[in-house]
Design a protein around this ligand. Structure first.
Ligand code: AMP
Ligand code: MG
Length: 408
């Protein structure tokens, strides 16, 4: 069988083509804000109120009139009441008067300044204050955080701890979120043994299904695991059909390198459309992308590190777009690399590195062996070292671009 002539393509080109062909899924649902944790906002949120809703104290102390602040010497003020958080003082503070006030408690009419309790001599119904206080100090103003009507969250935002708190602070109990994205995946390969079964001669354990599961789980999608599929035309075809029925997006691993390419291509051409690409990246290179019926399809390379690198660098932006999530480009840092890195010009390289401090300088080292089959390198690493296509060898001590895994 002749392998398909797969064109070599830059990573940018591949990403551009893939992203431009993806239309976000439709369908939103209403969830309570706690159930919406980790979900993608499907509406724009405008604040129904001012935060804070009333002037309040930033300190435990005394609420006074700035006109009464002494410019020299001391002043004694009459204490006429207390404003507690939750139980405001009902009256007005007049000339030479003050009230005791707690953090977060409402500022009374008449007063505009708070004196910290540490700066006051208090006795019975009077306090004495010295000079050096600023008019208006320690007061939180209406709408200082958020103005009524202000747009505080945009659709596409992933709702995390801060957003849940923000919504709650606005009195918003429920929001519209995108429906969960459904992802199905299976591994292909006659050599694959499923965890839990004894390994036969010539077999290896299927690890890609677990890394793919983990990477999808990190994205909070609904997961359908279709197991290991043998390299049999009918089995692969059946699995593809089933996956496309179940999911919005289908991931497979293996079977897209030169020897197998026609096989996957022929199977998929019966069911949809498929592009087989050679991407000028390392690890990675072979990638199938297309559609089976309404579902999108990513055929990731079989080599375990290639499958992960291709997922993170190529599939993830597409997954985010499909989910309706606005993505921030992952963090990229320029750091000194302590090791010499082997590299030949031609392909963009995602080497595995370890970010660490040397004294107070953040530096990066190589994890060592960079083979696309060495999965332990991904586990030891905490970042990709990104070396551009045209780059050759990297001498120790040179600055390189680093992408922390934690930002992916
Ligand atoms: P393939 O792309 O199917 O030719 O596979 C390339 C390499 O990746 C081969 O060494 C396979 O044994 C290995 N491989 C393929 N699928 C998996 C998998 N699910 N888990 C671990 N290794 C795999
Ligand atoms: Mg295979």
């Amino acid at each position: 069988m002749n392998p398909s002539p797969a064109p070599l393509m830059s990573l940018e080109q591949a990403l551009e083509q893939i992203l431009s062909s993806i239309t976000p899924i439709e369908g939103a649902e209403t969830q309570s804000i706690m159930d919406a944790c980790g979900r993608i906002l499907a509406e724009s949120i405008h604040s129904p109120l001012n935060v804070p809703p009333y002037r309040n104290s930033a300190m435990d102390g005394y609420s006074v009139r700035s006109a009464d602040l002494p410019t020299s010497g001391e002043t004694t003020l009459e204490l006429i009441g207390t404003s507690w958080a939750g139980t405001p003082f009902a009256g007005e503070v007049g000339e030479k008067q003050c009230i005791r006030i707690m953090t977060g408690a409402k500022m009374p009419e008449g007063a505009d300044t708070v004196i910290m309790q540490e700066d006051v001599q208090a006795r019975e119904q009077h306090i004495t204050i010295g000079k050096g206080h600023k008019a208006g100090q320690h007061v939180r103003h209406i709408g200082e955080d958020i103005h009524e009507g202000e747009e505080v969250l945009l659709p596409g935002k992933v709702l995390k701890a801060a957003e849940l708190g923000l919504l709650a602070s606005l009195g918003i109990a429920e929001v519209r979120v995108q429906r969960p994205l459904k992802a199905a995946f299976f591994s292909t390969g006659d050599e694959l043994c499923t965890v839990g079964e004894p390994l036969q001669e010539g077999q290896i354990y299927d690890s890609n299904r677990y890394t793919i599961f983990g990477m999808l789980k990190e994205q909070g999608v609904e997961i359908h695991d279709l197991g290991v599929i043998r390299d049999q035309r009918e089995d692969v075809e059946t699995a593809f059909k089933r996956a496309a029925e179940l999911a919005d997006i289908v991931f497979t691993s293996g079977g897209v390198s030169v020897g197998d390419a026609d096989f996957v291509k022929q199977t998929l051409e019966k069911l949809g459309t498929v592009n087989l690409w050679k991407i000028a990246m390392k690890p990675g290179k072979p990638l199938a992308f297309g559609r089976i019926d309404k579902a999108y399809f990513f055929g990731l390379p079989g080599n375990p590190v290639s499958a992960m690198a291709t997922f993170y660098q190529v599939a993830l932006p597409a997954l985010h777009k499909l989910m309706g999530q606005t993505t921030q480009a992952p963090l990229r840092l320029k750091l000194r690399c302590l090791d010499r890195l082997k590299k030949r010009p031609g392909r963009i390289d995602f080497q595995r590195g370890i970010l660490d401090y040397e004294g107070d300088e953040l530096v990066v080292r190589s994890v060592g062996a960079q083979g696309s089959h060495i999965l332990s390198s991904m586990s030891r690493a905490n970042c990709f070292i990104i070396l551009p296509a045209e780059q050759g060898m990297v001498e120790a001590g040179t600055e390189v671009q680093v992408q922390p895994f934690s930002s992916l």
